[in-house]
Design a protein around this ligand. Sequence first.
Ligand code: MN
Ligand code: MN
Length: 305
Amino acid sequence: MPFRPDMDDVRDRARGAFLGLALGDALGATVEFMLPGEIRALQGVHREITGGGWLRLRPGAVTDDTQMSIWMGRAIANGGGWDLRRSAVHLAAWLRTGPADVGNTVRRGLRRFVVEGTLEGEPSPGDAGNGAAMRMLPVALATLADHEAMRRAAVEQGRLTHHHPLSDAACVHVGELLHLACLGLGMPRLRRASDAFVRALPEFAFSPYRGESGGYVAETIATVLHHLHASASFEETLVGVVNRGGDADTTGAIAGAIAGAYHGPDDMPRRWLRQLDPEVREEAEWLAERLVALSPLGQGEPPDL
Ligand code: MN
Ligand code: MN
């Protein structure tokens, strides 16, 4: 008998992933670019969604991490499936909305697409930032049950703005963990996947954890993996990650998506969900449902485990 997950459970976990992404972004943005010692001195442990930060956000507002994921999600939902060019068009439309924060590599890549129409740039040593890994969730949900389709789409979507082997690998591993978590597999299974990933690419080593949490994708992913694998709840994961400071909205967003799928929406602090921008919350939940429905799993395919 092939393994068949309960689809109600998968939909719940997908909703948890999208909400978790937004919650991690909203929680982490307050302390983005701070050092752990500065966070402690200013407020002890940062564990409430209060807005502010260098972007002076309203409490519950999200940043580019969630916005790009939502626009990618819209591209897939509107197109009825994964379509690289449609995603590029949507991300370019997002850029025209004048977002408060856009990473340099993302801006350069999207401008290149607008001017040249190309869907990837030349490989560049400067492209090892986390800006592609942070928008992996929609691709992961839309490819549930098909690991190969996820790998292809992960690399394609990533290279719209980031053409670097570490960015490619990070996108694929985030997608892999999202798949496993959405299917309801246990933490030992996720840990085995992370250990294999680090054996192949030691740049991402997270145990022992070096404590670096910047925008370099290897630091971002190590921070996410360390806290994901060491924490017993959604809240513990996110509080641990964002109090590392650095690129805290992005480590928060990626960890929030994986932990949100793994622990599920019922494990999320009510006080955080109440703070989250209601329009973001509504669209995140709607997109999660739509993307799962469009995925091979949602279309009746068994998972390829
Ligand atoms: Mn951000
Ligand atoms: Mn960030």
